[in-house]
Write a protein that binds this ligand. Structure first.
Ligand code: ADP
Length: 489
């Protein structure tokens, strides 16, 4: 049978319940015995009281010779005898087992002497009997007193033993409960804590899936469900990335075609001149034309390489690159789509080198710049300003929700893309990063650009947020961890 938390918890609680039941039964049994001892104590006291009464009426009888006293005396003798007969077995437990027999024999002797005394009319014989009666009466009381003392001692011993056992049982129960609690905690709480650590590691991007902290059925099921969910999410994210890539590819292709056209025309015209002036032109002119062909071919090759880079479905791979060059290249891709009435302004330190996944960051930048250009173009004319700087985010930052990794505040790189477009209404602002959220007409927007940008920035351990005032334009802020910054080669 597969181990399960439910079984372990049930077993633990069953164990504690059985122990508690055992202790309760023990206490119940002991209190029942105690009750019996108290009843026995009452009967032993009655025995002692009867012996004392016998002696009291004996004394009165010897003093006043009243028949009533003698009758009372013999009444208590009968009572004592009845008590002895009724409780023979119980009284035998009190100290020495022969005590009841001694008491019974003393009583029989006493009764005989009292009868002889009562029946005798001879004063001499009576005088002789009187001290003997007194002596046997004394023995009778002494024996009853010993029974009372023995009974009290036994009750006291019983109570001491009971108290010791009870303390021992309570301490053992407490210790066992602690041990069971610790065992359960080891088997239940510890795997959950390890899972929490694992989830945090997945969240921080340090691992891809949860490890199994125990073989318990429930834990295994949760871990498997969670890992399955992570896989599904990853698949969907990749699928969305691919969909968006196809859409961006169209934009890029027109940009690339436009970009390729220039070097190709230059190469073509250089070739034409060379063909026409072959053998006529001086060597320097021919060399200049060949150099021109070389530079322009290199430029065309770079454009094609970028296109291949973009189209390939690669794993996340960091490389060092100059942010300014990456932004300029992205703008070059979009050139065909940027109307003349939209001005572009760059304020990026040329020595700012980052260690990023070129293709992914470029895709994010393309999406953001394209949106900004479209917003400005829609508003008529204006400017798109792209800036970058290293900054320190303090704890008071209103956009603190945008955290770089798990860190709140601290050093980071901020890339801002500000446009003077129509802005985003406040009620739409929280939804713009949702997949498929778009305000554009069918065929013009898929609502995936910002979603992809968000994913890309997250993959780099950074965050992205937008600030906008309707009519005042929009600014998208990308924050990347300061560790992204690398020295210029
Ligand atoms: P799409 O551009 O295909 O609609 P995006 O995810 O790129 O998808 O953008 C989602 C929505 O966010 C856009 O439809 C638009 O309403 C809004 N948006 C994005 N960038 C800007 C911007 N710079 N200015 C105004 N609105 C913007």
């Amino acid at each position: 049978m597969q181990a399960s938390l439910q079984n372990k918890l049930t077993l633990g609680y069953l164990f504690i319940a059985l122990l508690a039941l055992g202790v309760s039964l023990y206490v119940f049994e002991k209190t029942r015995i105690l009750e019996q001892r108290v009843l026995l104590g009452e009967r032993v006291s009655a025995l002692f009281d009867a012996a004392m009464e016998i002696r009291r009426f004996e004394r009165n009888y010897f003093l006043h010779r009243q028949e009533a006293d003698r009758l009372e005396n013999s009444h208590y003798i009968e009572q004592l005898l009845a008590l002895l007969n009724k409780n023979q077995a119980d009284f035998s437990q009190l100290g020495a087992p022969q005590r009841v027999n001694v008491l019974r024999a003393d009583l029989a002797r006493y009764q005989g002497l009292m009868q002889a005394y009562a029946q005798s009319a001879d004063p001499g014989r009576r005088a002789a009997l009187e001290p003997r009666v007194r002596e046997v009466g004394k023995d009778l009381v002494a024996c009853a007193e010993a029974a009372v003392t023995s009974e009290r001692r036994q009750v006291r011993d019983f109570l001491i033993t009971f108290r010791t056992h009870l303390v021992f049982a309570i301490v053992s129960l407490a210790l066992l409960m602690i041990a069971v609690g610790q065992a359960l905690s080891r088997r239940v709480v510890r795997p959950l804590k390890e899972m929490e650590k694992s989830v945090n590691a997945v969240q921080a991007g340090r691992r891809d899936e949860l490890s199994r902290p125990s073989q318990d059925r429930e834990i295994v099921a949760i871990v498997e469900a969670f890992n399955q969910m992570l896989k599904e999410l990853e698949l969907r994210r990749k699928h969305l990335m691919r969909t968006e890539k196809l859409a961006s590819l169209g934009t890029m292709l027109s940009g690339v075609a436009h970009e390729l056209n220039n070097p190709l025309s230059n190469i073509w015209s250089s070739c034409q001149i060379l063909q026409e002036e072959l053998g006529e032109a001086d060597v320097e002119t021919q060399r200049a034309l060949l150099a021109q062909i070389d530079t322009q071919s290199e430029r065309a090759r770079n454009i094609v390489r970028s296109l291949l880079d973009f189209a390939r479905d690669r794993a996340f791979e960091r490389e060092s690159l100059a942010l300014l060059a990456l932004v300029e290249q992205s703008i070059a891709f979009l050139k065909g789509d940027i109307p003349a009435r939209v001005r572009l302004r760059l304020d990026i330190p040329p020595d700012m080198w980052l260690s990023v996944d070129r293709q992914r960051l470029q895709q994010a930048l393309l999406n953001l710049i394209k949106n900004a250009v479209e917003a400005v173009a829609q508003a008529g004319h204006g400017e798109v300003a792209i800036s970058a700087r290293r900054e320190r985010v303090d704890q008071e930052d209103p956009a603190l929700a945008c955290r770089v990794g798990r860190q709140v505040g601290g050093d980071c790189i901020r890339i801002s893309i500000r446009d003077s477009g129509q802005g985003i209404p406040a009620d739409l602002l929280p939804r713009i990063f949702d997949p498929f959220f778009t305000t554009k007409d069918v065929g013009h927007g898929m609502g995936l650009g910002l979603f992809i940008a968000y994913q890309v920035v997250e993959e780099h351990g950074g965050c992205i947020y937008a600030s906008s005032e309707p009519g005042q334009g929009t600014t998208f802020h990308l924050r990347l961890p300061a560790s992204t910054l690398v020295p210029a080669p």
